[in-house]
Write a protein that binds this ligand. Structure first.
Ligand code: SF4
Ligand code: SF4
Length: 355
């Protein structure tokens, strides 16, 4: 069955206020937040952006979304789970500070940021799903216990998953550290020494301290590797290799984690994708990275598969080619969408309603 995806175009020249005005129209016309009831406590899942990255959805846009939720008599808070890798989002204290530095203050968004410490067992919930790869998903409890979930996602490229949108935001993003490791654990790169020139870029970027140089050649300690694939992206000679079948497995696991996030409450979730500032890599990168497509617009839906497929189609149409495949030839993002449909997360068929 086709799902509805609402879309309002936006262009590179649109400033924050123009995008906010369009977002308001999108929320009013689409009614994708009709599932929110009075007294609901709604978790708004966002990505606050790694230090040095500005691709994340602007806090001013979160204000519009949280005001819409408040207007329905519910209360909202912003949240994300901590990361696997070294950086400013590794623990709750640093993560919160970075969120404020990036402008996610109560003055701007109107709501609190809550990031529980998922190193504490009481903040992790095990959700039984009994799927092919994941039997029991380990999620940040805050997302499981919220009455409603709104996922606000920046649509962009990703080295392992081809692209990142709503499914990645909830499947990877709502997972506890243990859950993130379970999704990445099959991906450890190997170094082709004949290609390695000993530049050390991989050692610098590795967030897990898994790489060191010996005799000007890179060595990966697979027991420390968390499978983030950052070393592949920085290597100037393509000396780093991973088994991209394992990369596909990350996508399948991520989709199964999405199923866990939505378990028992598919009718209590809404998705907003910002297909603007479409970068080559995800917002976890602690640096700016090149834009690969023009701004396309904002999408809203209650179906995470449809909204990601529609985002993908719109961005590719604007580029006149499959820009994600061109940018990351090995990372086939369609796999996550097809598998998500297979396990009942949503539909690849959608009706696009342009506003
Ligand atoms: S994939 Fe590469 S950069 Fe990432 S943790 Fe493993 S060795 Fe380090
Ligand atoms: S980035 Fe590539 S070339 Fe440079 S040290 Fe690492 S593996 Fe070798």
């Amino acid at each position: 069955m086709k799902s509805k995806v609402y879309f309002i175009p936006a262009g590179n020249a649109d400033d924050i206020q123009v995008i906010n005005d369009k977002l308001k129209i999108l929320l009013d016309e689409s009614r994708v937040f009709d599932f929110i009831s009075k007294t609901d406590k709604a978790a708004v899942k966002v990505h606050f952006g790694e230090e040095g990255n500005t691709g994340f959805v602007r806090p001013e846009h979160l204000r519009v979304i949280c005001d819409e939720i408040a207007g329905r008599g519910a209360s909202a808070f912003l949240s994300d789970a901590n990361t696997l890798y070294r950086g400013r989002r590794l623990n709750s204290c640093d993560h919160l500070k970075l969120a404020y530095e990036h402008g996610f203050t109560k003055e701007i968004t109107g709501v609190d940021v809550i990031i529980p410490d998922d190193a504490k067992k009481e903040n992790v919930a095990a959700i039984e799903i009994n799927q092919r790869y994941i039997k029991s998903a380990k999620l940040a409890r805050i997302f499981v216990e919220a009455d409603a979930l709104v996922a606000v996602s920046h649509f962009k490229g990703h080295i392992l998953t081809g692209f990142g949108g709503a499914l990645k935001n909830i499947g990877m993003g709502c997972a506890s550290r243990e859950g993130k490791l379970a999704q990445h654990c099959d991906v450890a790169p190997v170094v082709h020494s004949d290609r390695c020139i000993g530049c050390g870029e991989c050692e610098i970027i590795c967030p897990a301290g898994a790489i060191h140089l010996e005799n000007k050649k890179s060595i990966v300690d697979s027991s420390k590797c968390i499978g983030c694939a950052s070393c592949l992206a920085v290597c100037p000679t393509m000396a780093m290799f991973i088994d991209f079948n394992a990369g596909d497995k990350v996508q399948y696991k991520m989709v199964e984690y999405s199923l866990a996030v939505l378990k028992g409450r598919k009718n209590k979730t809404g998705f907003i994708n910002f297909a603007v500032k479409i970068n080559k890599e995800c917002d976890c990168w602690g640096m700016e990275n090149p834009r690969i497509a023009p701004d396309v617009g904002i999408l809203a839906s209650n179906d995470p598969v449809s909204i990601d497929k529609a985002s993908l189609d719109l961005v590719n149409k604007s580029c006149g080619k499959d820009i994600f495949k061109a940018t990351h030839p090995e990372g086939n993002g369609l796999r996550q969408l097809e598998y998500a449909q297979d396990i009942g997360l949503g539909s690849l068929d959608y009706d696009l309603i342009e506003l």
